[in-house]
Write a protein that binds this ligand. Structure first.
Ligand SMILES: [Fe+2]
Length: 145
């Protein structure tokens, strides 16, 4: 059963997931250095996961009667993901940046679970996404040695 918090909680997760997807593609195109190929390919795997999660969250908003807002201006105004620098990115920096950003997004979403105790289907969607974000963060973190 959707609660009054359902749509704002899901919308906040949606903009972070959209921003992470844009940032992962930006890094996929701009990364340079050691282990280029594996980081370049890993970033696209993350983009694929993020697209699935974006769709799951946006369609849950619609399913409970809300209106998902994935416009570029909305993402720019409301994402809580730390911005990515412009230009070329070193592989070692990208590994740190994505380990950090994916983990931070997971913790922000996790902090909303308590707001969704009356809406377990929405909570369940976000629980799965947090597990996926943690796994993706681990894939980057493991490269730090
Ligand atoms: Fe590509």
């Amino acid at each position: 059963m959707p609660s009054p918090q359902t749509v704002p909680v899901l919308q906040a997760a949606l903009v972070d997931l959209l921003d992470l997807g844009l940032q992962a593609k930006q890094a996929h195109w701009n990364v340079q250095g050691r282990s280029f190929r594996s980081v370049h390919l890993e970033l696209d795997e993350v983009v694929d996961s993020l697209k699935t999660w974006q769709d799951d969250v946006a369609e849950r908003i619609s399913a409970v009667g809300g209106s998902p807002d994935g416009r570029a201006a909305t993402v720019a105004q409301s994402s809580q993901v730390e911005p990515l620098p412009s230009g070329n990115l070193k592989t070692a920096d990208v590994v740190q940046q994505f380990s950090g950003r994916l983990t931070a997004a997971a913790r922000r979403i996790e902090a909303t679970f308590g707001d969704l105790e009356a809406d377990l289907p929405s909570q369940d969607i976000l629980i799965g996404i947090v597990a996926g974000l943690d796994k993706a963060a681990w894939f980057f973190r493991a490269q730090l040695g």
